[in-house]
Every structure is written in C-alpha cells, then in structure tokens.
Design a binder for this molecule. Sequence first.
Ligand code: GLU
Length: 409
Amino acid sequence: MSAYESASHYFQTAAGVMDLSPNMQKLLLTPEREVKVQVAMKMDNGDIATFVGFRMQHNSARGPMKGGLRFHHEVDADEVLALASLMTWKTAVVDIPYGGAKGGISVDPRSLSGNELELMTRKFVDELQDVIGPDKDIPAPDMGTNAQVMAWIVNQYEKFHGFNPAIVTGKPLELHGADGREEATGRGVGLLTEALLGKFDRTASESTIAIQGFGNVGSWAADYLHSAGARVVAISDISGAFYDSKGIHIPAAIAYVREHGTLKGFETEKMITNEELLELEVDVLIPAALGGVLTKENAGNVRASYIVEAANGPVDPEADDILQSKEIIVLPDILANAGGVTVSYFEWVQNQQYFKWDLDRTRNELSKKLTAAFDKMWSIATEKHISLRSAAYLIGIGRVGRATVLAGI
Ligand code: GLU
C-alpha cells in the first residue's frame, strides 16, 4: 500500500464514522495544488545535476498551509502528498490556524557537499518563491533538512520579497528562530507518552521504552523520557540498534552522536537488529524514523503495550488492524508528533509580532495545546468506542470540514 493510500485509508475510516458524504470526502481528500519543479545545478566538479522537487499544497481551509521540506532519496510525489494531507489533519487536531502542505527533493543530502546543498536549496526556493509565503504556505524542517537549510531558504526568499522571517519556521535563533523549536517534536512525543501512560495509571518512571530513530525527534523524545525517569532500553540509527537492559544513558548517547555524527561505536550491552528493536518486550515502542516500518509482516510480533507514532505514517493500515486486534494502543502521528508544528506556529506568531518569547513560555504553551488536543481525542475515542487514530482524524476532519462549509464552496 502506498503512503497516500495509507493516509487516505485512515481518513476514510474516520469519515465513515462521521457519515461524511462521498462528495465532501472527495473535496477534503483532493489537494488544492501540486507543484513539481526541476532543480538543475552545477556540482562542485562542474557536472550538471538535475533533481526533482515537490511542494504539495493539500488544504488551506483553516489558514496558510504549513509543513516541512524533506531531502531524502525516497521522496516522491505520492509520499509528499500523503505527508501534506497528514499536515492538514495535524494542524487541525492541535487547533492552530493553518492548513497542510509538504515538500521535498528526491536526493540523498549526505551525498552533497555543503556548497551543493546550499545551492540546491536556493535553486529550489527560486522555483517555489511565488507559491509559498508567510500568509500562503510556510515550510519548515523535516527529514534531511535543518535550521541551516531554513536559513538559506529565508535568505533566498528575501531576495525576491524583502524582509520576511515568517516565510519558514525552524530557523536558527540568530535569524528569528524560536527558542524551543528544535526540541519541540521530541518534547511533544515525551509529554504525550506521559499523558497516555497516565490514562492507565502508569508513569514514565516505571516504564521501559524502545525508540527507533535517533535523529532530531527520537533523540529529544529519548532525552525527555529519560529525564522523566523512564528506562530507555533501546535506540537505533543507520549504524544499527543498541540495547541495554538497565537503560541507556541518553545524555551520553546524545553527546556521542554530537561528536561522531552517528551512534556507530557507542558502547552498550549488546547490538540488536532493527527488527528486533520493533519486537522488544517493552511498555512503549516509539518509531521515530521513516514511515511504513510496521506492516502486516511484523505487526503480529510487536510485544509493546503502547506505540507512540513519533514518525509520520510509521504504521500502515494492515498493521494497524493487527495491533488493534492485539489491544495495543497506538497514539497516532497526527497528534503524537504535532509538537513540532505547534512550536513552528509560535515561531511564526513571534515573527509576525516582532516579539520574542522565552523558553518557559514556549514550553508552557506547547504543553497546554498538546494536553487539550490529547484530552479531546481521548474523550471522543472513549465516548464513540473508536481508536485514538480515528478520534484524532474525527477532530481534524470535523474542523476542516466545518471551515470549508462556513467559508462557502
Ligand atoms: N516536519 C514537521 C512535521 O511533519 C514540522 C512541520 C512544521 O513545523 O511546519 O510535522
């Protein structure tokens, strides 16, 4: 099943519970605009390289479209569109005044030099600058992009449009970024994991956790949960999966990655495979890397009690059915990882107002937004006897649908 088919499946399941008419379903599923551009450039050695870039603008019923830019070799139109639609429901679930979009370039950024990465980013902005804008569509970091890439984007965009810090979020602090944006997605994952455990009268400090992926999201989530007293027994990245029954010292792992680039060589009790990590007997499994990691092939082997979807789309619909039949509770991506876009919203608000918040304010507001969304999702799921995913979609689709009808079609 493709990424877009998976995302549409979850939409349709919730739309069925809501009795949404087929015509309204079609309207809400159809993207507003799909942009595909050529990004051609000269590489350091003089060779010409041609990349394909996308910006999928799914829905703007509730405000300017919002979503990250992904530089990854697996990026294609289907995946970007799926991720754009997830952004529409995600911004609606946490009730921030945005629609949904996503972009990306099909490239392995590690194969580029620093100069090439910068040039490719700037050329991409040249192609997109008239379809994005602070009140139109606001990009942000995602896989393979970071604050530096956002700095190049804002600088290139400003060459066309003048001073415009609100054109992207996730910028460096020196260039109107927000304190707390970098940690936000992982922190949100941590906060929501605690909220979920709390519903079962459990705490992080009596829980074991396995985290797949130790990039921005996975490492900050690990850090938050480790500080809350959880035993993070496994983490992984491209160099493999690392297991320690007594719990990995997360600050040491983060310091190691900062020094060496990856976890390769990090000392731990034993190495396990990526598959073994997903199938560990832990309380909480947090997939925080690519989409589509839990499928019908391996979902039956999952032994965690709770899954918190820090990545976008880590569980495909067939796996989701299997997990539900095993009574494994899944906290869905459109809420679980919404901390990032929520603090992106705070960054954009600060940029629009030329007023900087301190870290405490950002953390408090983040916690308020996520807790309110979590409580609403929980009560709908309980009341209607549906999964947390369907409840979250119900909230998102309801808000977008009502805005669409009220504005007039
Ligand atoms: N790329 C992140 C996501 O998937 C953040 C998007 C944003 O901050 O706009 O939610």
